[in-house]
Ligand binder design. Structure first.
Ligand code: SF4
Ligand code: SF4
Length: 340
């Protein structure tokens, strides 16, 4: 892998050079303490020190609400083309979010290839950015605190510069175009990287032991912990909506009043909602809140592991931040393990 150096004094020019390759979307401040990914109007808006955005970057591949097809009684139906008009450059994604996209790539390319997802995904350029964890991050426990692939470029922050790793041919093209802003790393940059990287490993305050978690979850299926969490949960669905790896959706048709025109829509959904578990005939398989909360946890850390060989949680801490009932995913697993 080729690694270059971007001095901080050149970073705004570097980001401006990206606009030649597509529409640049960046982490921006939203209010005093929140961040969102949004279209860049100026490099001044980049929140270089942000930690997590409210919504994850999955919204660029699978939007909260999208039209799948449109129909009318005279002409039949036509599928909607989900392609972007130009490339989307997602700038500043942290390793956990890049892992989140890798997980979605795998899910949506499975038995039922999702063409809508991939029509957008093929035009998404990913430029990663390193970060320093807070008291909600547990990506180190999930093995997602570092990313070795799945990006076009990745910036690792040093004191006065960034190391810039090139992860794809497109990343290489960008670097060639922006070569005036880049330098060759020195021995002291490499030492600085190691020092910062090793210090970062020590900064994680939260740890989740996932070694035999699927087994523990099988053993504790009837634990009273689920009843406690079910009683606390407000079933708002926020934890699913903000999760970079939750991918459940609902599909329904919306027709105009004369019945001639309509469209088929897909919307983010959540297994926490009772309606999600309702099937034809009105039967609901996960009737209680406790059952639905348990299902979400089991899916992330047990069933997904069985199917894909890894959990579908990247330890981003968004659900901890978003939960109005104060439910903390790490504490739930620790309680089930009997260590909290
Ligand atoms: S379950 Fe929570 S911590 Fe894990 S990836 Fe989803 S939002 Fe992030
Ligand atoms: S965010 Fe909290 S209260 Fe809302 S559904 Fe998730 S666990 Fe329940």
């Amino acid at each position: 892998m080729k690694v270059l150096k971007l001095p901080k004094s050149n970073r705004e020019e570097f980001v401006l050079a990206l606009t030649e390759f597509g529409e640049v979307h960046i982490p921006k401040a939203k209010g005093k303490e929140s961040y969102i990914f949004d279209k860049m109007e100026s490099p001044d808006e980049i929140a270089w020190e942000y930690l997590r955005t409210i919504a994850p970057p999955k919204k660029y591949m699978t939007p909260p609400r999208e039209s799948l097809l449109r129909y009318n009684t005279a002409e039949g139906y036509r599928e909607v083309n989900a392609e972007y008009e130009q490339r989307m450059i997602l700038f500043g994604l942290h390793p956990c979010d890049i892992h989140g996209i890798r997980i979605l790539d795998e899910v949506f390319s499975g038995e039922y290839n999702d063409t809508y997802y991939f029509q957008r995904r093929k035009d998404v350029i990913i430029i990663g950015l390193s970060c320093i964890p807070d008291d909600k991050c547990f990506c180190r426990s999930m093995g997602t605190d570092f990313v070795e692939s799945g990006y076009d470029l990745f910036l690792s922050e040093l004191h006065d510069s960034y190391l810039l790793a090139i992860g794809s041919g497109l990343g290489d093209q960008i670097v060639r175009k922006a070569e005036d802003y880049l330098r060759t790393p020195t021995e002291s940059d490499r030492r600085e990287y190691l020092e910062i990287r090793n210090r970062r490993r020590e900064q994680f305050e939260v740890e989740l032991d996932i070694s035999d978690l699927p087994y523990i979850l099988d053993l504790e299926r009837e634990s009273e912990v689920w009843d406690d969490i079910g009683a606390q949960c407000l079933v708002c669905g926020s934890c699913s909506m903000v999760c970079p790896t939750c991918y459940c959706f609902n599909v329904y048709d919306q027709q105009d009043l004369n019945g001639e025109n309509g469209e088929r829509l897909r919307e983010w959904d959540a297994c926490l909602y009772k309606n999600y578990t309702r099937v034809a005939g009105g039967e609901t398989f996960r009737d209680t809140r406790a059952d639905r909360v348990k299902n979400r946890y089991l899916h992330k850390q047990r069933h997904f592991v069985e199917e894909y060989g890894r959990p579908s949680c990247v330890g981003c801490g968004r659900c901890v931040d978003a939960c109005p009932a104060g439910i903390n995913v790490v504490e739930v697993f620790q309680r089930l393990r009997g260590v909290a």
